[in-house]
Design a protein around this ligand. Sequence first.
Ligand SMILES: NC(=O)C1=CN([C@@H]2O[C@H](COP(=O)(O)OP(=O)(O)OC[C@H]3O[C@@H](n4cnc5c(N)ncnc54)[C@H](O)[C@@H]3O)[C@@H](O)[C@H]2O)C=CC1
Ligand SMILES: CC(=O)C(=O)O
Length: 311
Amino acid sequence: MKVGIVGAGMVGSAAGYALALNGAASRIAIVDRNRDLAVAQAQDIAHAVPFAHAATTVEAGDYDVLQDAGVVILAAGVGQKPGESRLDLLARNAEVFAQVIGAVRAAAPQAILLVATNPVDVMTHVTTRLSGLAPGRVIGSGTILDTARFRSLLAGHLGLAPHSVHGYVLGEHGDSEVLAWSSARVGSEPLASVAAQLGAAITGEVRARIDDGVRRAAYRIIAGKSATNYGIGAGLARIVRAIAQDERAVLSVSMCTDEIAGVRDVALSLPRVLGAEGIGATLVPELNPEETAALAASAGLLRETADALAI
Ligand SMILES: NC(=O)C1=CN([C@@H]2O[C@H](COP(=O)(O)OP(=O)(O)OC[C@H]3O[C@@H](n4cnc5c(N)ncnc54)[C@H](O)[C@@H]3O)[C@@H](O)[C@H]2O)C=CC1
Ligand SMILES: CC(=O)C(=O)O
């Protein structure tokens, strides 16, 4: 499958690199308003291909280079500076998408759109409206990254591989996100039972440390290197693989949702089934009352933010 990337900065280039390594794309086409940057990133990524499993071709150009793409990743726009939240970026990035989405749709009308630009949930809502596509064909990377951070930190505490730790982060990809502790499992066993067997109890202190590690990760990494890119690049490549290989994989991603926790018409992350047609189904998780209230608050915040943009 051909994959387009609009926005050749830290996130777009990391996604292209991860795609070249995971082999999910047969062709990668990169567009940026800074054409020289797009060309340079395409060349650099192409030079990784001889070390990868598949002979992916990588090119750059104007929007017409996206023709025949099955998925277009949207990573154009500004990122957070130290002290800014993701929601602070909305007005600037909504303006960028007002320029980008029409051009992408004209060049690749059949493509599924995969949004990375922040605030990713509201930008997913904006993209759904601007594109006119069905909600399941506009996917926000949402909490795929936060879920990876959650699993990684829990696995570190337990001394296990993150692949064996199952648990989702729900709601906003941002400050109001909800770590679904009550449904977290290791293998097929409840988290608390495994933690007790391993002598690594999930105390209040451990829970608070992991919550902070997930919720504040972006702020810490941005303070150290001005951006985050490798985690999200790998997450975007994982989503593309699920689509390209029609996997029906369950991943926590964002999409416009009719109703959740009493909030109507809001884009946010839940575990969703991903395959060739985009998002095929949503799995509404069982949550405890505290988590349900937190999800309602997160959804309400995102709905209010979308209201402010009149979407
Ligand atoms: N969803 C997630 O989990 C994550 C999202 N992000 C978000 O991804 C976005 C991109 O971040 P970075 O790559 O670090 O930024 P960056 O500044 O490195 O790259 C952004 C690129 O967008 C391009 N661009 C801006 N306006 C454009 C337009 N109208 N048309 C075409 N290209 C345009 C710029 O030339 C630049 O190359 C930010 O909004 C950031 O917050 C970042 C990390 C994780
Ligand atoms: C920047 C961002 O959204 C993240 O790393 O989570």
